[in-house]
Design a protein around this ligand. Structure first.
Ligand SMILES: NC(=O)C1=CN([C@@H]2O[C@H](COP(=O)(O)OP(=O)(O)OC[C@H]3O[C@@H](n4cnc5c(N)ncnc54)[C@H](OP(=O)(O)O)[C@@H]3O)[C@@H](O)[C@H]2O)C=CC1
Ligand SMILES: N[C@@H](CC(=O)OP(=O)(O)O)C(=O)O
Length: 374
């Protein structure tokens, strides 16, 4: 099978007016460089936006590139499957208060859903996929299709802080065996959506609480780093102990995380850990090549490891756009006097941590022949 043949699937974006929804529009409709496989056909958000043109409904445009004129002129639809029957798949960037039921309704109606929301992430037969880490988990969708008697399904990407974290943890687990970790996050304001945290709360400040976040960082990595059961009915989670502390900081985009790990292998040096991170490669599932997905350029690197000489990296302003926002970065690798090693990592929360991750998951599903035109 090939992952490079041109395709033309019609896609919708649910929750298209928000921080993540706008990223979907940007990634799908780059000026002069439309997505080679996906044509943006349907846009949906709340009843407040239905019937408006996208340009008017998304008037709080938050990205530095303008909204493409042809998208600004599209008419918004309500988020029900009957309004998206012309779409072969949908991306969901819906508020979690509504995402659970809406996404289930689309899957039941036969429309595959690639979701950013937390609602279905830990469902037994829903794959929780970071394409740079566990692409083979996508095979779980067959169990959903059997159960729901529908060609629809739901694929989730994890919490935006879990995403960068598991790219690093996977490399360490594969090389040395991972036993436990402690992570402290410094999360950008774009993670809270629009309008998010008030400027009077966040300027000149750090807020040491993000509702529900620590629990996700302590549970999602075990599922993502787990093993697909041989009958593709679920995941055996990786047994790891985890502790997370999450903070909101006055950064626009890019989540920074201080990580300490305990590994199983003894007598490992910092130089060996550094070498493993520097040589981190894309996973190679048997069914397709992640390296040939159209959104990832030639020679894409999932992880950039800064050497000891660049001891003040990664930094969000300098490094969040590495690899177009799809590359995770790590630095300051050194021994930890309590666990074994400590380091700092960074990932773009609305690109690889949200819309970009879901876009790669959909490309992967197409490459694995899990999706057909309606
Ligand atoms: N921001 C980030 O870094 C990340 C976000 N996520 C998740 O992605 C999802 C979107 O996040 P984000 O873009 O930040 O959120 P925003 O608050 O910026 O956007 C929410 C979107 O949901 C729509 N919406 C709200 N209520 C309803 C409703 N009742 N029916 C239909 N649509 C509705 C809004 O439409 P309208 O404009 O019409 O109100 C808007 O399009 C959330 O579930 C979030 O948890 C996941 C990873 C990272
Ligand atoms: N809570 C994350 C973003 C987010 O929406 O996460 P989740 O999809 O897990 O609720 C942040 O604030 O940065």
């Amino acid at each position: 099978m090939t992952t490079t043949a041109p395709r033309s699937l019609r896609v919708g974006v649910l929750g298209c007016t928000g921080m993540v929804g706008q990223r979907f529009v940007q990634l799908l409709c780059r000026p002069g460089q439309p997505h080679p496989w996906f044509v943006l056909t349907g846009l949906g958000a709340s009843e407040r936006s239905a019937g408006l043109q996208y340009g008017a409904a998304s008037r709080h445009w938050t990205l530095p590139t303008p909204c493409p004129a042809h998208v600004a002129a599209m008419t918004m639809r309500p988020c029900d499957p009957a309004s998206f029957t012309d779409c072969d798949l949908v991306f969901s960037a819906l508020d979690s208060s509504i995402a659970g039921t809406v996404e289930s309704a689309f899957a039941a109606a036969g429309i595959p859903v690639f979701s950013n929301s937390k609602n279905h992430r830990m469902d037994e037969n829903v794959p929780l996929v970071v394409p740079l880490v566990n692409p083979e988990h996508l095979h779980l969708v067959a169990a959903q299709q059997r159960e729901g008697k529908s060609k629809g399904f739901i694929v989730c990407n994890p919490n935006c802080s879990s995403t960068g974290l598991v790219v690093v943890l996977r490399a360490l687990d594969a090389a040395f065996g991972l036993e436990s970790f402690i992570v402290t996050t410094m999360q950008a304001v774009s993670g809270a959506g629009y309008p998010g945290v008030s400027s009077l709360d966040i300027l000149d400040n750090v807020i040491p609480y993000i509702s529900g976040e620590e629990d996700k960082l302590e549970t999602e990595p075990s599922k993502i780093l787990g093993t697909l059961k041989p009958d593709h009915s679920g995941i055996h989670p990786l047994p790891i102990k985890a502790s997370a502390m999450c903070n909101r900081v006055a950064v626009i985009d890019g989540h920074t995380e201080c990580l300490s790990v305990r590994i199983r292998q003894r007598d490992v040096t910092s130089a060996q850990v550094q070498a493993v991170l520097e040589n981190c490669a894309l996973p190679r599932p048997s069914t397709c090549s992640v390296a040939h997905l159209p959104t990832l350029g030639e020679n894409f690197k999932p992880l950039v490891a800064f050497p000891e000489t660049q001891h003040d990296r990664p930094q969000p302003r300098l490094d969040r756009d590495l690899g177009g926002g799809f590359t995770v970065s790590v630095g300051r690798v050194r021994p930890c006097p309590i666990l074994d090693f400590k380091m700092v990592l960074l990932s773009h929360n609305t690109i690889i941590g949200a819309a970009g991750g879901a876009l790669l998951n959909a490309e992967l599903a197409v490459a694995m022949n899990l999706i057909s035109a309606q």
